[in-house]
Design a protein around this ligand. Structure first.
Ligand SMILES: NC(=O)c1ccc[n+]([C@@H]2O[C@H](COP(=O)([O-])OP(=O)(O)OC[C@H]3O[C@@H](n4cnc5c(N)ncnc54)[C@H](O)[C@@H]3O)[C@@H](O)[C@H]2O)c1
Ligand SMILES: O=C(O)C(=O)C[C@]1(C(=O)O)C=C[C@@H](O)C=C1
Length: 302
């Protein structure tokens, strides 16, 4: 049985459009409506037939929905929720896909005090954005983390969980604060490091900077992919998950200083031991079959 019959997607960028495509592929009888604040994005969504209906107002998009998913940058979640408040059906479940959960849960609860809210975070994406960047298989074999607050209707949680499983994801539930600490180190800090290293390289003297581009090899290239990620989305992530990111950054800086010392004082054993430990981490990730990112990116570009 389908967990929902009428799904409204607010925000039709990479994640919203991927959900729309995945719903079409996996649950074709579900009625899909969509809305995006950007008129050009709405036009594109109509032109590519992303949903059954692309509304011109957020209220019109959610009028008949039994599931509403907010797929906007985390800093815009509160605005997007306020914009649907008057038209949201009383029995609709509201969810989101934000990359941080505590701040979003607070914004949604304030904007929609009477709604049933089941926050979610599909841990899957690419550096691209917009309605044409999405693809139906984005969530296959990827985690989707639900962070419902205490007292949330278990039936609503189960329905949202079933929805994500139908899109190919593996679902896990955890507390929002814990989610934000875990993702601070596994996703947010890596993006900060990528933005920094590419920024540093591009600030080098003119000749060297052009050589950096010309000779960029595997490692740096991978950083440039991550550093091409959407500026609005990532500005919002860092400002919304401030405490956890600053804490992880402090620990990272201390470890980086230790490495700096090891290089300065010729402590080869320290370097070797660390690199041996990190190689084991990579191998265990590959063994668990979690390294299908490259495959996903290949599909994204087909
Ligand atoms: N990109 C990723 O890798 C990824 C992965 C998982 C979760 N997320 C989360 O998904 C959300 C969307 O990210 P994305 O990558 O799809 O971004 P995107 O830039 O591709 O799309 C966001 C869309 O939201 C629209 N929008 C902004 N404010 C709005 C509002 N108030 N009402 C309606 N539409 C509005 C924008 O016009 C844009 O089309 C973010 O919260 C992000 O943290 C992103
Ligand atoms: O691989 C990428 O391009 C991503 O940025 C995806 C990624 C991640 O860090 O893993 C980015 C942000 C999300 O909230 C979830 C997934």
């Amino acid at each position: 049985m389908l967990p929902f019959a009428r799904v409204a997607i607010i925000g039709l960028g990479l994640i919203g459009s991927s959900i729309a495509r995945a719903v079409r592929a996996e649950m074709p009888t579900v009625a899909l409506s969509g809305y995006d604040a950007d008129p050009e994005t709405r036009e594109t969504a109509r032109a590519i037939g992303l949903c059954d209906d692309i509304a011109d107002t957020p209220g019109a998009a959610v009028l008949d929905a039994d599931l509403v998913i907010l797929c906007v940058p985390v800093g815009a979640m509160g605005d997007a929720a306020r914009a649907i408040a008057d038209d949201l059906p009383a029995d609709a479940v509201v969810s989101d896909v934000g990359s941080c959960k505590e701040s979003v849960a607070k914004a949604l609860a304030e904007a929609l005090p009477d709604a049933t809210i089941v926050p979610a975070h599909p841990v899957a994406g690419t550096e691209r954005s917009g309605p044409e960047a999405g693809f139906a298989t984005l969530f296959h074999h990827r985690w989707c983390i639900l962070t419902p607050s205490e007292g949330t209707d278990p039936v609503a949680i189960e329905r949202v969980s079933t929805f994500w499983k139908r899109l190919g994801a593996t679902v896990e539930t955890m507390e929002a604060a814990h989610h934000d600490r875990v993702l601070a180190i596994t996703s947010h800090l890596p993006h900060l490091i990528a933005y920094t290293i590419v920024g540093t390289a591009s600030d080098l003297e003119e000749v060297t900077a052009s050589e950096v581009i010309k000779y960029s090899a595997g490692g740096f290239r991978d950083f440039t992919r991550i550093a091409a990620s959407d500026p609005t989305m990532w500005r919002d992530v860092f400002l919304s998950n401030r405490e956890a990111v600053l804490d992880m950054l402090q620990r990272f800086s201390e470890d980086l200083s230790a490495l700096q010392r090891a290089i300065r004082w010729d402590k080869g054993d320290e370097l070797f031991d660390l690199f041996t430990r990190t190689r084991a981490v990579r191998r265990s990730i590959v063994e668990q079959g979690q390294d299908d990112a490259a495959e996903n990116f290949g599909r994204a570009r087909d």
